[in-house]
Design a protein around this ligand. Structure first.
Ligand SMILES: [Zn+2]
Length: 133
């Protein structure tokens, strides 16, 4: 047995799991303004998740049940929505569209094949159809 190699391998495993833990979705900064709800750091969250603005907004409009649009780096929704609710929906988005269903890692991208959106994992190579909308 080559202990040097074993040691290297163990070290790699450890750094992998550390990377996984380091993936933290920024908490949404939510502000109610009149009858609108503003997610101030929307583009920061979107960049972290590496998903398109359009896909995330389609999801949020659908899940929150209100119209909404992007204004600069912020997302603006009609109606008063609590920070907790926005945070809950973003977690749901991560579970559904960012985390690989096969290996649980976040190194994924959303691809479209034959008009079907799929989660493609760069870590394990799995490709699975996502919920369509
Ligand atoms: Zn995977």
């Amino acid at each position: 047995m080559d202990y040097e190699k074993l040691y290297e391998r163990a070290k790699e495993k450890i750094s992998e799991s550390v990377d996984q833990e380091r993936f933290e979705v920024p908490e949404p900064e939510v502000m109610n303004e009149g009858d609108k709800t503003i997610v101030k750091n929307f583009s920061k969250i979107k960049d972290k998740l590496r998903r398109s603005e359009q896909h995330m907004m389609n999801f949020l409009r659908r899940e929150l049940g209100v119209p909404g649009k992007v204004e600069g780096s912020r997302a603006v929704f009609q109606g008063r929505i609590t920070e907790r609710k926005v945070s809950e929906k973003i977690s749901q988005y991560v579970d559904e569209f960012v985390i690989c269903p096969a290996c649980g890692k976040v190194d994924t991208e959303l691809v479209e094949e034959d008009r079907i959106k799929k989660i493609k994992c760069e870590a394990c190579g799995a490709k699975q159809a996502a919920r369509q909308f």
